[in-house]
Design a protein around this ligand. Structure first.
Ligand SMILES: C[S@@+](CC[C@H](N)C(=O)[O-])C[C@H]1O[C@@H](n2cnc3c(N)ncnc32)[C@H](O)[C@@H]1O
Length: 353
């Protein structure tokens, strides 16, 4: 890899390949648009070729790669040549700021995120991958180096939240089976696609993996697909409409709201739930499940049902918090779709509705 002028990927030598394979997925775009709220002016930082830019708002785009700027289709506004860490905009000059799958490439993510916070008078919306959930996709059974290479590249979710002011909603993004944005998880149900070098060329992590290790893993995948071993083990994924992996949408509220809330007494609720209360999800540990019950806000109507689902090892369970500190018996059991986490792992997702 030649030395890039910014980030950890040299897009100048990719000849537009990235933009061909990585396109706006409409289902994910709908979540981004909802997170942007009623913002009229939106700044897209690390904009690339323009994926997820909402067509019905006034968009300002920032993108340091000349090749990426050139790959922007003509119907989109041209991008300004600048970096997240030093945005050429006044404080509070846009209604919202967004950063789609780019934060992990910034040389100083904290500084860049503080810049987004500074220039947005409304929400800051970040689409990224949770480094702790990168091993949810079965492909990492074949090429474990994908996780070891990618994990250090991604800032922890908590670090992103802190840089944005300390209060944010973190939502897992369901990846559709026919996702058109070609990141790795997009192909969770289409294993054959990983054998195509063109598909892998849109996924920057392959450039950080020892090519021999990658080739060995892919040869094993090819053999398992030929013999039917892949389908025996993961075949259910071919019929699964969405996949909950590592993709996360982080929405940080307007700076003023964060500032107003800062002096308030610290919440007694565990961080995971405080952030994710109301139809959202949190990454939790098994031991935290009972701790969820006392976190029900005082105003919660009596009898309200709280569902919690988590996976540890291969098991997915769903139930309800029956009362303070009690977790009712699971109402549904099924096999967790894919090797999410190492066996015996106590990490999981808790959904609180
Ligand atoms: C993986 S691409 C994502 C592009 C686009 N947001 C998308 O979703 O397709 C990451 C982008 O971040 C840009 N980038 C790298 N370092 C940056 C920085 N310091 N500030 C802003 N953008 C940066 C790259 O040039 C690249 O276009």
């Amino acid at each position: 890899m030649t030395s890039p002028a910014y980030g950890d990927v040299d897009y100048e030598t990719q000849r537009g390949g990235y933009a061909r394979g990585r396109r706006t997925d409409p289902r994910i775009a709908a979540l981004v648009r909802a997170a942007l709220g009623d913002a009229r002016t939106v700044l897209n930082v690390g904009a690339g070729a323009g994926s997820y830019e909402p067509g019905d708002r006034h968009v300002l785009a920032v993108e340091p790669s000349a090749a990426m700027r050139a790959a922007r289709p003509p119907h989109l506004p041209p991008a300004i040549n600048a970096v997240a860490e030093n945005l050429p905009f006044d404080d509070g000059s846009v209604d919202a700021a967004m950063a789609m799958v780019t934060v992990h490439q910034w040389s100083d993510p904290d500084r860049g995120l503080r810049e987004l916070r500074r220039v947005s008078r409304g929400p800051v919306v970040v689409l990224t991958f949770d480094r702790d959930a990168l091993d949810r996709i079965w492909l990492t059974d074949y090429v474990p180096a994908l996780v070891t290479a990618d994990r250090p590249r991604f800032p922890a979710i908590e670090r992103i939240e802190a840089a944005l002011g300390g209060e944010a909603t973190v939502s897992p993004v369901p990846v559709p089976a026919d996702c058109v944005d070609g990141f790795i998880e997009a192909y969770y149900s289409r294993p054959e696609r990983f054998l195509d070098p063109a598909v892998r060329s849109h996924q920057s992590v392959w450039g950080f993996v020892d090519p021999h290790a990658a080739e060995r893993g892919l040869a094993r995948l090819r053999a398992d697909l030929d013999s039917g071993a892949w389908d025996q083990r993961y075949g259910a994924l071919r019929r699964q409409p969405t996949f909950l992996g590592a993709l996360r949408l982080i929405t940080a509220p307007p700076a003023q709201r964060t500032a107003l809330r800062r002096p308030a007494a610290p919440s007694p609720r565990p961080e995971a739930v405080r952030r994710h209360h109301c139809s959202s999800a949190a990454s939790v540990r098994k031991g935290d499940l009972n701790a969820l019950a006392p976190t029900r806000p005082a105003g919660d109507p009596p009898g309200r049902r709280w569902s919690v689902a988590w996976n540890h090892g291969q098991l997915w369970r769903q139930g309800a918090l029956a009362g303070r500190g009690t977790f009712s018996s699971p109402t549904r059991r099924s096999t967790w779709p894919g090797p999410s986490g190492s066996p015996g792992s106590s990490r999981g997702l808790a959904f609180v509705f």
